[in-house]
Design a protein around this ligand. Sequence first.
Ligand SMILES: *Cc1c(COP(=O)(O)O)cnc(C)c1O
Length: 369
Amino acid sequence: MLQTPYYLLKEEKLEENLKLLEYIQEQSGAKILLALKGFAFTSSFDLVSKYLQGCCASGLYEAKLAYEEFKKEVHTYSPAFKENEIDEILSISNHIIFNSFNQWQKYKEKALKADVSIGLRINPEVSASPKEIYNPCGLNSRLGITKKEFKPELLREVDGFHFHALCEQGSDELELVLNAFEKNFGEYLHELKWINFGGGHHITKDGYHVKKLIKLIKDFKNKYDVKVYLEPGEAVGWESGVLVAKVLDIVDNGMQIAILDTSAEAHMPDTIIMPYRSEVEGAKKAGVNPYTYQLAGNTCLAGDIMGNYSFKSPLKIGDEIIFKDQIHYTIVKNTTFNGIKLPNLVIERKDGTKELVKEFGYEEYKRRV
Ligand SMILES: *Cc1c(COP(=O)(O)O)cnc(C)c1O
């Protein structure tokens, strides 16, 4: 028996996402990287690395994980690189992307000596991000070089530009960003070898306009004669698995409240930060089915609540509660807040067998506090 709570990654679902990404690579000629920020389930890398070209990392640790575990291309960007880390980063990265001309000049000598392709992150200053916290092009953003700060005289050894402006968005929004990017920086693009379109492309979501993405990439590649990279995180892990928890107790305070052996705060952080409401298998919105419960976490944070859900029959202590689509941006963000146990990691293989690949315990909590 698997001990709850655990994340269950479904290999078949993950591979469906990867096959779509592979199709886009084939049709458009773009190279697609995995953004570790959103999905770093290392036990699945054997599968992911069959389809994607490498990883995009945001600093030394992600770069090392990419280098050691994914073993393909490593593209490293950081808002600011540290002096005591830059040598190692340069030694394991295929691309390095600087966030400012300051950083580029500071590490120029080292970067030119390393076997690495050099890029700059550009802020296209256009985006339609759903929430300000996820908007890299918002007011006073530190992420990327704006047109005002741009210094064309320092481009000589630069091979590529990178932008990241989207969050869970479609190809229409990408087109808007590309238009602004070309308008402000188009005159420099012919001299470059590559352009990285960043992440935030909601490619694997139903209804995403894949054909339009392919056309945008192809047209862009032809116009400027550059390689194009995409680096989605969420789209790789999208709907590829669930978080399985158990009902520990049911109390009543104006309504029935089920206390689970998981935590919204620690194990499903975006449900609180974004915020959004996770779907629960077999449950509907409050009041739709006859038995409504508040589902809540096993911590002392009053607001550690997943939401109100209704079920066809009454919940019992020991019942499993399955939160859908909980693989991306969860495992990489989990905490041991309040001493709560990190969920174990389980993979459901294509033949249906479930394999426990990582087990967490008291040590994770103790080492960190
Ligand atoms: C977060 C991030 C990504 C991945 O974004 P998704 O929304 O998960 O696709 C890619 N590149 C950069 C620079 C990022 O910050």
